[in-house]
Design a protein around this ligand. Structure first.
Ligand code: SAM
Ligand code: SF4
Length: 325
């Protein structure tokens, strides 16, 4: 079992497989995009598989594939096929914007992917365009339908943003009435690739919950799963649940069980650190997996206590697309 220097279990890796994306969510990156990594800077599928193999042997049990948008990577399905066969890997999940996802759902299911996080901030086509700069809401809704049709567990993530989608909070909650999904509202974080719109958090988890309670006073707290990043709720009579993720307030650091690897192979032991080790460079300089594992374990032994401590040492201006969310 992997533990960090604060005695927290580490069993969850979020692997961002690309920084490229077919949307331009304004809270994530500028409309013109970011300075995309060149091909040699990106980890190859073989390198991603190698680091995952090392980490799973060391104690990682769950891997979430994220990005950028995972499905813009041409070799994503062969990579997922190989990854799904790793002995010791108990759970493989994906975070996607849903634009290109629908046709892959039957194959994902065959690989054993049972749960997908779908990012969707609004149900209104015009507001979707205003947020993402692309007219892709119908494709995302199709993915939602297909995921539910194929019996996948769906967590829908919506970033809550003043002036952008506040009027969507209630309609998104309303989806849980007839759909067995978890709609999760995320506090906006300052990772937008340098766009300066972010000044101060206006919608924290308390305000989001109060807004939902005004409309659904019977909403009740339900138990949160181990290591959950969301506070979870249920409205009597609804099939689905509601979650609120205090990503900016950082109230979940005490039980943080996850590490991240960026598309360029940088290990982040906290969302708010600037990267503590480049594993891709290490792997390219050594064929010795034991040495790579030792470097990874050493980095885990110097992990920040929480996001505030990590942030006090550095300032991250990166786009979330180069971190993975
Ligand atoms: N492209 C995929 C997607 O959007 O689902 C995966 C990558 S995206 C970076 C992962 C998650 O990060 C998404 O749910 C997105 O909403 C969230 N995210 C991106 N920028 C954010 C920000 N500034 N604050 C909070 N969440 C953010
Ligand atoms: Fe792309 Fe996801 Fe970032 Fe939106 S949040 S721009 S879909 S990577």
């Amino acid at each position: 079992m992997l533990t960090d220097n604060h005695n927290r279990t580490i069993n969850y890796l979020r692997l961002a497989v690309t920084d490229r994306c077919n949307l331009r969510c304004f809270y994530c990156m500028p409309e013109e995009g970011i300075n995309w990594l060149s091909r040699p800077e990106l980890m190859t599928a073989e390198e991603m598989l190698r680091v995952c193999t090392i980490l799973v042997k060391a104690g990682i049990e769950k891997i979430r594939i994220t990005g950028g948008e995972p499905f813009v990577r041409k070799d994503i399905m062969p990579f997922l096929t190989d990854l799904s066969k790793l002995p010791g890997l108990k759970e493989l999940t994906i975070t996607t914007n849903g634009v290109l996802t629908a046709p892959h759902i039957p194959d994902l299911k065959k690989l054993g992917v049972r749960s997908v996080n779908l990012s969707l901030d609004t149900l209104d086509r015009n507001r979707f365009f205003a947020i993402t700069h692309r007219d892709e809401l119908p494709a995302v809704l199709d993915t939602l339908d297909q995921l539910l049709h194929h019996g996948m567990e769906v967590k829908m993530n919506a970033v809550v943003m003043e002036g952008k989608n506040i009027s969507d909070i209630i309609p998104l909650v309303q989806l849980t009435k007839d759909m067995p999904l978890s709609v999760r509202f995320i506090e906006e974080m300052p990772f937008n690739g340098g766009d300066k719109h972010y000044t101060k958090l206006q919608w924290d988890h308390v305000r989001i919950l109060e807004t939902i309670k005004e409309q659904f006073p019977a909403i009740e707290k339900i138990p949160d799963a181990d290591y959950s990043t969301s506070y979870n709720y249920h409205i009597p009579g609804h099939k689905g649940t509601v979650g609120i993720i205090a990503a900016y307030t950082r109230s979940f650091c005490g039980t943080c069980n996850r590490i991240r690897i960026t598309p360029s192979g940088t290990l982040k032991t906290c969302l708010y650190d600037n990267g503590v080790l480049n594993i891709k460079d290490l792997m390219r300089s050594s064929n010795d997996d034991t040495a790579v594992q030792a470097a990874l374990l050493s980095a885990l032994g110097k992990r920040a206590k929480d996001g505030w401590e990590a942030e006090s040492k550095t300032t991250v201006h990166e786009s979330m697309a180069s971190i993975g969310g």
